[in-house]
Design a protein around this ligand. Structure first.
Ligand code: FAD
Length: 509
């Protein structure tokens, strides 16, 4: 039975960073259900946060990260992130990755919400993700096999260990790939929602697969809604990075009144949940909200991607960009330790699919590319330190029932999630959503799936159900999780986390 050293599912930044280190010693195959450049990582605009400025140090980055995360972050992991981040970034620069510079040649550092210093490195203006992904793809091109358009649908497990993946290839055929180590790098859950910044392929597949394999998940109720999606005729056109507000842009209502001044001391650069909620409330009252970009000098040069987006939709005639909040980032995910290890031996998780604990209840801007770099590297190091396990001779395939049922349209799931598990939640809406989701599938029963469309829908329903039921269980508001019926943070919930595992009740630990 052919067996690869390492399989990585997903081709975003965290996958590429891990693959780069692993491929020096191991055979690595990356499977992506889309193309090499179809990922959230590739679309990342604002940049990557690292305390490299003269007036900056890791302890300030630590403090800001903890404050934005409502001090719900794992402080040890945050320390690892902000202490190791600058060295990792400098190493990439040494290898040839170029960030934007000031005219004098120093690195240009941007400012984003809740950061007390200028510490955001960016490339190509607002095309940081594209620059970093392209650079890493080039670095690994000789040593890593990347298989595009092949979707992982389930994990193969044997005697309590992950042994690889079941997948569906571009022709629709089911395949089995065996590996000594399997890494989930499938990103977050953004495209579970009607309005989102995320790539359409990012719907929580890895989290659903891990759940079906009995792997422990945590903090799934914490979802960040980005305040400013460019919005026209009922559709999101793309993201307007927070860095735009960092350069002076501000939010106004349709009468030109600034909306953030009396809401938070940080005004337009308040934490994202605060800004997103204010915009949401205005829109609920029938008031349109705009981002006024007139204070931003050289907008087209500093933010070429966003400028192009505006041009494409005839929105470059006015400095007022119509905006709406949309799902952006999952703080929770597959529970991992420092080296990406999950509760299932042989299985690791990196990037947004993983919960490392660094983001707490709300991610601070530009820390997720950094998380992918730091923990992608630590995960590779951890895998390289492992002694070989026994290879699979007689793989045992799951005897779970193949899923056969009637499923809703993907857009219906997205609409229900936005309506009842979105920026603002409550008991009534979440209960309605839970009942609706349970009409289509049994979230407690082991199932297996043999075609891509069904797999995507089942995964969407599974993750939607996990988010909904976790949000129901957390009877308070904190960071990205806001309930109108429990609008404040409670001391009782301060140190509690909701963990999820197949065939186990949601546990509060
Ligand atoms: C528009 C936008 C702008 C952003 N800007 C910033 C920023 O400036 N700074 C910052 O720090 N963060 C930013 N973020 C967040 C950040 O980009 C992501 O959190 C991060 O890139 C996630 O990386 P990842 O490695 O987890 O995977 P992703 O980049 O999300 O990629 C996941 C990959 O897995 C593939 N995949 C999914 N399921 C399967 C499956 N079943 N089988 C095979 N392949 C699968 C997907 O197709 C995709 O290619 C932004 C996000 C968006 C959407």
């Amino acid at each position: 039975m052919p067996c690869t050293d390492v399989i990585i599912i997903g081709g975003g930044l965290s996958a590429l960073v891990a693959a780069k280190k692993l491929s020096k010693h191991k055979n690595v195959i990356i499977f992506t259900k889309s193309t090499k450049t179809s990922s959230n990582s590739y679309m990342a605009q604002g940049g990557v946060a690292a305390a490299i400025g003269k007036d900056d140090d890791w302890s300030s980055h630590f403090k800001d990260t903890m404050a934005a995360g409502c001090h719900y972050n794992l402080s040890d992991q945050v320390r690892t992130l902000v202490q190791q981040g600058p060295a990792q970034i400098k190493q990439l620069m040494k290898e040839g990755l170029e960030f934007d510079q000031e005219t004098g040649g120093s690195i240009a550092l941007g400012k984003e919400g809740a950061h007390s210093r200028r510490r955001i490195l960016h490339a190509g203006g607002d095309a940081t993700g594209k620059a970093m992904t392209t650079f890493l793809l080039h670095q690994i091109s000789d040593n890593v096999t990347i298989i595009e358009q092949e979707m992982a649908v389930d994990l193969i497990t044997e005697r309590g260990r992950c042994r690889g993946i079941k997948s569906i290839d571009k022709n629709g055929s089911v395949r089995h790939h065996f590996a000594e180590h399997t890494v989930i790098a499938t990103g977050g859950v953004g495209s579970l929602y009607k309005f989102t910044s995320n790539h359409s392929s990012v719907i929580g597949d890895g989290i659903a697969m891990a759940y079906r394999a009995g792997v422990e998940l945590v903090d799934l109720e914490f979802i960040q809604f980005h305040p400013t999606m460019l919005y026209q005729h009922g559709e999101v056109l793309g993201l307007v990075s927070e860095a735009v507000r960092g350069e002076g842009a501000f939010l106004v209502d349709e009468h030109g009144r600034k909306i953030m001044d009396n809401v938070h001391p940080l005004g337009d650069l308040a934490p994202r949940d605060v800004v997103a909620r204010e915009i949401y409330n205005q829109i609920q009252q029938g008031i349109d909200v705009f981002l006024d970009i007139s204070p931003v000098s050289n907008f087209s040069k500093r933010f070429p991607t966003i400028h192009r987006l505006c041009q494409e939709h005839d929105l470059n005639g006015s400095p007022l960009l119509p905006v709406i909040p949309g799902s952006h980032f999952l703080m929770g995910g597959i529970k991992t330790g420092k080296g990406g290890e999950t509760s299932l031996p042989g299985l690791y998780a990196v990037g947004e699919a993983a919960w490392t604990g660094v983001h707490g209840a709300n991610r601070i801007a530009s820390n997720s590319l950094l998380e992918g770099i730091v923990f992608g590297d630590l995960t590779a190091e951890n895998i390289l330190s492992k002694a070989p396990s026994l290879l699979v001779n007689h793989p045992v395939f799951s005897n779970a029932q193949t899923f056969k049922g009637t499923l809703p349209e993907k857009d219906a799931i997205r609409w229900m999630m936005a309506e009842y598990a979105g920026v603002v939640r409550n008991q009534q809406g979440l209960t309605k959503l839970k009942k609706w989701l349970e009409e289509f599938f049994d979230p407690h029963g082991p199932i297996t799936i043999d075609n891509r469309e069904t797999a995507e829908k089942v995964n969407m329903l599974t993750v939607a159900w996990l988010i909904t039921t976790s949000a129901l269980a957390r009877r308070e508001s904190r960071g990205g999780h806001y309930r109108t019926d429990f609008p404040v943070s409670s001391t009782e919930w301060k140190n509690k986390r909701i963990t999820r595992q197949l065939q186990k009740q949601a546990a509060v630990i």
